[in-house]
Structure formats: C-alpha cells, structure tokens
Design a protein around this ligand. Structure first.
Ligand code: HEC
Length: 143
C-alpha cells in the first residue's frame, strides 16, 4: 500500500465536512432556542407537576390536536393514532410530546407528512393536554 499521492486533499475535504457539520448543528441549536424563546415558554417541564386546575385537557386537545390525531386519539387521515404502542410513556416520554408541540415533528414513523409546531398553547395548557392523553392511553392499556 502506497501513501495517497496528495494527502492534503483528503484533509481539506475532512476539514470542510467538519466545519459544515459544526455550522449545521449550530443552526439547529439556534433554531430550537429561538422557537422556544419565541413562544415565551420554558423548554421542558414535568406536566404531571403542573397545576392544571380550571383547564380541560379534553377540550384543549379537541381544539389543537384532534383534527389530526382524532378526538379519542384514534388518528385520522392527517395524523397517527396516539394510542399506538410506540407512543407509550417509555418510548415517547412527556418531553417528546412537549418537543412535538413546540418544535414540530419531522415525519419519521408514518407517512402523513410533518407535524407543524402548534402555536398559542401555554405550558399549563400543554400540561393539561398531555395529562389528558396519558389518561386515555392508560385506559386503553397503552402504558
Ligand atoms: C396538522 C396535523 C397535526 C396536528 C394538528 C397535531 N399533530 Fe401531532 N403529529 C402529526 C403527524 C403527521 C405526526 C407523525 C410524524 C411521524 O411520521 O412520525 C405527529 C406526531 C406526534 C407525536 C409523536 C412525536 C414523535 O416524537 O414521534 C406527538 C407526541 C404528537 N404528534 C402530539 C400532538 C399534540 C399533543 C398535538 C396538539 C397540541 C398535535 N400532535 C397536533 C400531525 C399533527
């Protein structure tokens, strides 16, 4: 095996890739921070620890999520059933729900397309929605 004739070419390509990856991950971090700050809400919180008294998770879910996920989480032509086993807490913890709503979801498990970020929900409202989803999941044995 002889050494590559122009080794500097390899290292230049390597450096470009490295810088490129740095720029891309930097942009992702900035986007995430901006989208979270833009909503004026904290990034990740524990929905179970939030006082949601006076809020009705079912009504909030119906207004913001049901047109794609179905009023009973059964899914629709626009989105997957949140009763699917992959959405159980061990596989999609509450943080995944918060991130889905705040940042959106790039289509990866299904072929419905991307989920857009859902605007105008406070942390308390989102907590009430997640509590509602977990209740229905539990009733359906998705836990
Ligand atoms: C415009 C349609 C639409 C609306 C409205 C919508 N979703 Fe989604 N959601 C989707 C689609 C499509 C996917 C599946 C993406 C994929 O292929 O994995 C998804 C996936 C998810 C996931 C899984 C995220 C992951 O990490 O895989 C969660 C959790 C979720 N939605 C919660 C919600 C909640 C809560 C609301 C209401 C606040 C909501 N969605 C509103 C379309 C929607």
């Amino acid at each position: 095996m002889s050494a590559p004739r122009r080794p500097w070419l390899i290292s230049r390509v390597g450096r470009k890739t490295f810088v490129g990856a740095g720029v891309v991950s930097g942009l992702i971090v900035v986007t995430v921070i901006l989208s979270v700050l833009g909503g004026g809400e904290s990034a990740i919180f524990d929905p179970a620890a939030i006082d949601t008294s006076g809020l009705d998770g079912e009504t909030l879910f119906a207004a913001s999520c049901a047109r794609c996920h179905g009023s009973n989480l059964q899914g629709s032509q626009f989105g997957p059933p949140l009763l699917d086993d992959i959405y159980r807490p061990a596989h999609h913890p509450d943080a995944a729900f918060i991130s889905a709503v705040r940042i959106g979801v790039r289509s990866h498990h299904w072929s419905f397309g991307n989920m857009p970020p859902i605007a105008d929900l406070s942390d308390r409202e989102l907590a009430a929605i997640i509590q509602f989803i977990r209740e229905i999941q539990e009733d359906a044995g998705v836990e």
